[in-house]
Design a protein around this ligand. Structure first.
Ligand code: NCD
Ligand code: ZN
Length: 361
């Protein structure tokens, strides 16, 4: 933190200006949905790691480059935003696509989805050993691996899938590739917090805005609440507390990644509803609210704007963003022709408002 950017103490602060943050895990989708969603992220964040779980998934350099162009085209004129692209690992992905894509500045990282773990992951990896040769190459070229950390065996309880993944898959993989930089994405358990804290410096984790605010009870408050359903699924309250402590701890191994994952309202409010929470519209406000509740608003800048770029070995952003203490009612529904999405915090009043006009380059 530089002197000029230090956030004032929480009690009577009316505006909060921090170095512009980046979002290290987002879903932007494609087509009309991409056009609708992209700027919600781009107005708050300077860079974002874009997930490759399209249908079909992004598995070649050409696909990654073309998707990046579609993202740029979806942004309003004059918006500066850098999408950082990822390749979707499959059992049979061509390692040259990854290494060339990295060398040519298309792919920042690779994403490991265990097959069928989440939305559009059917083409994911069936056995991590199958991609060990790819991980070897990634280690060699120092390309980060981003991990959806859940096992998928039907005999493992859904609430245990993350913890079992650490033991069965991630632990051995980290030992096998001690120089590979790994981000355990959207952690949801105390087990993951400890695993990352105790792990090597090559291991870090992202924490979403929603896992800092909801636990598994929120999915069943007075009835079933599909808009609180995401993957990995929210766990018991004590896990949420562990995540909140980790996020505000100042430990640089934990940084911001919203996992904003838009789905149409009708696809979530269904007999078999989709997993994903659309947090992009008020992501920073949500994190700020949590950090303030934790008495740690002065730690937000490290978590949101410094630890991520340091891990990814990228320069810190030079610009700033500002939040103002102004009550903000969050709409129940966001709409565009053919699109209806229920955002995170729908119907709530938030205590901070993002002031776009105060953003500096
Ligand atoms: C994501 C999506 O919808 O693409 N859903 C989610 O619940 N987070 C996929 C993912 O990141 O697991
Ligand atoms: Zn995700």
């Amino acid at each position: 933190m530089t002197d000029t950017l230090i956030a004032p103490p929480a009690d009577n602060v009316q505006t909060l200006t921090i170095r512009q943050p980046d979002d290290w895990h987002i879903h932007l989708r494609d087509g009309e949905m991409l056009k609708f969603c992209a700027d919600f992220t781009a107005r708050q964040f300077n860079r974002a790691i874009v997930m490759p779980n399209l249908s079909p998934p992004i598995t070649t350099e050409a696909m990654g480059a073309a998707y990046r162009e579609r993202i740029y085209a979806a942004l309003p004129e004059g918006r500066t935003f850098e999408p950082l692209m990822t390749a979707y690992l499959t059992d049979t992905i061509d390692p040259n696509e990854i290494t060339n894509g990295h060398k040519n500045g298309v792919f920042t990282a690779c994403k490991l989805y265990p097959a069928n773990a989440t939305t559009n992951s059917a083409a994911g990896v069936t056995d991590v050993k199958k991609i060990y040769p790819v991980l070897e190459k990634m280690q060699e070229i120092d390309m980060p691996l981003l991990v959806h950390g859940e096992v998928v065996s039907p005999d493992i309880d859904i609430f245990d899938r993350e913890a079992v993944f650490l033991e069965q898959i991630l632990g051995p993989a980290i030992k096998a590739f001690p120089r590979l930089r790994v981000v355990l994405e959207h952690i949801t358990t105390e087990d993951s917090v400890r695993f990352v804290e105790d792990g090597p410096d090559t291991l870090a984790a992202t924490i979403t805005a929603h896992h800092l605010r909801i636990d598994r009870n929120d999915m069943f408050k007075g009835g079933i609440r599909p808009h609180a359903y995401c993957l990995p699924v929210a766990k018991r309250a004590y896990h949420k507390e562990a995540l909140r402590k980790a996020a505000v701890s100042g430990n640089p191994k934990f940084f911001l990644g919203t996992d904003t994952a838009p789905h149409q309202k009708k696809d979530k409010e269904a007999a078999c509803g989709c997993a994903g929470i659309f947090s992009a519209p008020n992501a920073l406000e949500s994190y700020a609210q949590t950090f303030e509740e934790m008495g740690a608003i002065d730690r937000l800048e490290g978590f949101a704007s410094e630890f991520g770029p340091r891990f990814y070995q990228m320069p810190l952003n030079e610009g700033t963003v500002t939040l103002t203490r102004k009550p903000q009612p969050i709409p129940e529904l966001l709409t565009a022709p053919g699109i209806e999405i229920v955002p995170f915090h729908a119907g709530e009043q938030m205590s901070w408002t993002f002031d776009e006009s105060a953003t500096t380059a």
